[in-house]
Design a protein around this ligand. Structure first.
Ligand SMILES: Nc1ncnc2c1ncn2[C@@H]1O[C@H](COP(=O)(O)OP(=O)(O)OP(=O)(O)O)[C@@H](O)[C@H]1O
Ligand SMILES: O=C(O)c1ccc[n+]([C@@H]2O[C@H](COP(=O)([O-])O)[C@@H](O)[C@H]2O)c1
Length: 219
């Protein structure tokens, strides 16, 4: 069932292959990294690389959203542009840049995840997000259902390092925390299960790039 948030997004100039859900093989461990990527930057690439390495991912789906349901679309670049820039930033062949949420007509993550699970019953998925997203995760539609269905990996971000102490999600699912030393076996843990991964960090943000505050960044 489509949800109402994606109706006005144009797919003009968007290669059709980005509208299909990526292919994965039975038994694979696949990270799901959703974002506005408006624009994508090296901070996103760093999160993807950390996730691939620390979680032992076979693939990472870099899911360019038609539009975050909680964000205004005033400054949102066209999907085709965010996809093309994502391809430039995401160099690792295990990363699959996709916009299949647009084709499915969904933008709430709970809906996206239900569709992914229904089509890939023999694949192990992990939801990946930066530590700032953890702070507002409890505002997402059906957030508890998401946490009870998918393991979650949170990657540290400057300014949000302590989010795991204070967020509603981590307080609710305190009992389900997995030590980051065991991140590689997170996929085996029945949800709820989440881990917080520390490592190299990037202070980049799309907002700073859009505001022209990052020297050398195109925008
Ligand atoms: N520098 C970063 N370090 C860690 N995680 C990040 C970083 N930048 C973005 N993320 C994470 O990547 C995902 C997509 O983020 P998004 O596309 O909104 O980028 P952003 O830089 O936060 O954008 P904006 O400034 O427009 O809010 C989110 O889970 C976010 O937490
Ligand atoms: O489902 C929701 O209610 C929801 C609310 C806010 C954000 N999300 C998802 O979170 C991901 C990160 O969004 P963003 O804009 O912070 O890059 C992206 O996949 C969004 O669709 C999802």
């Amino acid at each position: 069932m489509p949800d109402r948030h994606d109706l006005d997004v144009t797919t003009e100039n968007l290669d059709r292959r980005y509208l299909r859900m990526p292919h994965s093989e039975r038994g694979m461990v696949v990270g799901l990294f959703g974002g506005s990527f408006n624009p994508p930057h090296q901070g996103h690439a760093l999160v993807a690389e950390i996730a691939i390495k620390r979680l032992g991912l076979d693939q990472l789906w870099w899911m360019v959203t038609p539009g975050n349901p909680l964000k205004s679309r005033n400054q949102l670049a066209p999907l085709a542009e965010r996809i093309a820039e994502s391809e430039r930033v995401a160099a690792d062949p295990r990363i699959k840049v996709t916009a299949f949420e647009q084709a499915l007509g969904v933008s709430y993550t709970a809906n996206t995840l239900a569709r992914i699970k229904a089509r890939n019953s023999h694949v192990h998925f992990i939801w990946i997000m930066g530590a700032d997203s953890l702070q507002t995760f409890h505002k997402w539609q059906k957030w508890q259902e998401i946490a009870r269905t998918f393991p979650i990996a949170v990657v540290d971000r400057p300014g949000a390092t302590l989010s795991y102490l204070s967020s509603k999600m981590t307080r609710t699912f305190d009992f389900a925390r997995v030590d980051e030393d065991d991140a590689r076996i997170l996929w085996r843990k029945p949800a709820p299960a989440w881990t917080f991964i520390h490592g190299p960090r990037s202070g980049l943000s799309s907002t700073a790039i859009r505001n022209g505050a990052v020297p050398g960044a195109v925008k």
